[in-house]
Ligand binder design. Structure first.
Ligand code: ARG
Length: 466
């Protein structure tokens, strides 16, 4: 490959191994289309401001367009495995362009440094990945809302401490996940609004002596505007850490949800039957049907946490402004995005193709004294203070445990021994349907309340920015 861009200063070249060590080409080649787009905006601006000749700017633009077309079709000449890699994608493009255009190619880097160039490429590529991830989150939310809507009357136990707590509907449970995922969307969207400013024109770190037009390049590249301070624009990767944090929290949600799917798919819970196409078998145990996809999502969460740690640690000791350490930003954040996107891609179809076992869900909801709070609430409606009502209901639960029955099976005479406020209407109050339907406080599991939640979820899906 050609000489490094800085070869004029140093008399010796790095060894092949050393060059391979410091090169970012193997992972920043992925940014070539963004790099070319940035160079196109820069070349057009150089021509318009008269910093370079109009004819040379036109030659550069034509050359960059050809490279973009070739890159999109995978036609660019790449170094072989035994060859020295280019230092990075920026050197690669400049060297190709110069080989093809001669003098004009050498003028492209006027009023620019690889420091503002890579900062711009980064923001372009991570902007695209952020939007793609937001889209993926939205698709998952929409799929979950569809399932939720079909299960407003599918009763199941709600849990705290993984102990059955109060009865809810599956629709309510799935809506809960929708709202958590909507905040993940919001975190990515907020981060995007903070980093969507163009560093191009920051130069190496102190701007440039040329009369550049930063507003022009920022607009052409779809940024909100140019960044404010050249020194920090080439120095900070806070947005990389922020995106990784948003992805880590998203993965936390996917991982917790996956854990539920794994539990639900077990023989002991038996709440869900995953589609055969979204399950795996065992090489030795013929009976097995395993929830590998959910397990892998849970497992891959660690990689994204790792990326966040890597991005924070990489930056913590860096003086301003650019340091080569920052080249480590790309692999970490690419991996975090690739992982989250892959998990989002499998989550929606895995859930949409699953069958929920209503009988098992209902049976679990009916057991475990999930209606004990409702007995206490019933007594409150009859005039008892809640603390006394709680005591009566707890005594009833203990008696039922001894008898091996549910609260709804206790005889009225036995109830009356506990409290003369209890009447035969207690049985209606203890029914599963009533327990869910009475919880119609805003945000609750009653069908009417969940329908309101779903309306907000649907509104998010139709009104969100991606
Ligand atoms: N490959 C480098 C990176 O990713 C590009 C910027 C190089 N700048 C420099 N002054 N060496 O950070």
């Amino acid at each position: 490959m050609a000489q490094p861009l800085w070869s004029g200063r140093l008399s010796d070249r790095p060894s092949l191994a050393a060059q391979a060590f410091q090169s970012s080409f193997s992972f920043d080649f992925r940014m070539i289309l963004e790099d070319l787009a940035g160079s196109r905006a820069h070349a057009r601006m150089l021509g318009k401001t008269g910093i370079i000749d109009k004819a040379e700017a036109d030659a550069l633009l034509a050359g960059l367009d050809t490279l973009s077309a070739e890159a999109a079709q995978g036609l660019l000449p790449l170094p072989g495995p035994e060859e020295e890699p280019p230092e990075d994608v920026h050197s690669y493009v400049e060297q190709l362009l110069t080989a093809r255009l001669g003098e004009a190619g050498k003028r492209l880097h006027t009023a620019r440094s690889r420091n503002d160039q890579v900062a711009t490429d980064n923001r372009l590529v991570f902007r695209g990945l952020t939007e793609k991830t937001m889209e993926g989150v939205k698709t998952l939310v929409s799929a979950l809302a569809d399932i939720a809507e079909a299960h407003l009357q599918t009763f199941m136990p709600g849990y705290t401490h993984l102990q059955r707590a109060q009865p809810i509907s599956l629709g309510f449970h799935l809506s809960a996940w929708c709202f958590m995922l909507m905040r993940d969307y919001g975190r990515l969207s907020d981060a995007l609004d903070r980093f969507n400013y163009c560093p191009l024109g920051s130069g190496a770190m102190a701007g440039t002596t040329f009369p550049i037009d930063r507003a022009m390049t920022a607009a052409e590249l779809g940024f909100i505007g140019p960044s404010d301070n050249a020194y920090e624009s080439v120095a900070d990767r806070d947005y990389c850490a922020e995106l990784a944090a948003a992805l880590a929290i998203l993965m936390t949600h996917l991982s917790r949800f996956s854990e539920e799917v794994v539990l639900w798919a077990s023989g002991e819970f038996g709440f869900i039957e995953l589609a055969d196409a979204w399950s795996t078998g065992s090489s030795i145990m013929p009976q097995k049907k395993n929830p590998d996809y959910a397990e892998l999502i849970r497992g891959k969460t660690g990689r994204v946490y790792g990326s966040l740690m890597a991005l924070l640690s990489m930056q913590k000791g860096l003086p301003l402004s650019y340091n080569k350490d920052m080249q480590e930003d790309k692999e970490a954040l690419f991996d975090a995005f690739d992982t989250a996107l892959a998990c989002l891609d499998v989550f929606a179809p895995m859930m949409s193709s699953a069958t929920f076992r209503k009988d098992r869900l209902r049976k679990a909801a009916a057991g475990g004294f999930t209606n004990a709070t409702d007995l206490a609430d019933y007594l409150v409606r009859k005039g008892l203070a809640f603390r006394d009502a709680h005591h009566v209901a707890a005594t009833a639960v203990r008696e039922c445990i001894q008898k091996g029955i549910g609260l709804e099976e206790m005889l009225i005479d036995d109830y009356r021994v506990l409290s003369n406020k209890i009447d035969t209407d207690v049985y209606e109050a203890l029914s599963l349907k009533a327990c869910v339907e009475r919880r119609k406080s805003p945000g609750g599991p009653a069908e009417s309340a969940v329908r309101e939640q779903l309306a907000r979820i649907r509104n998010f899906v139709s009104a969100s920015r991606t």
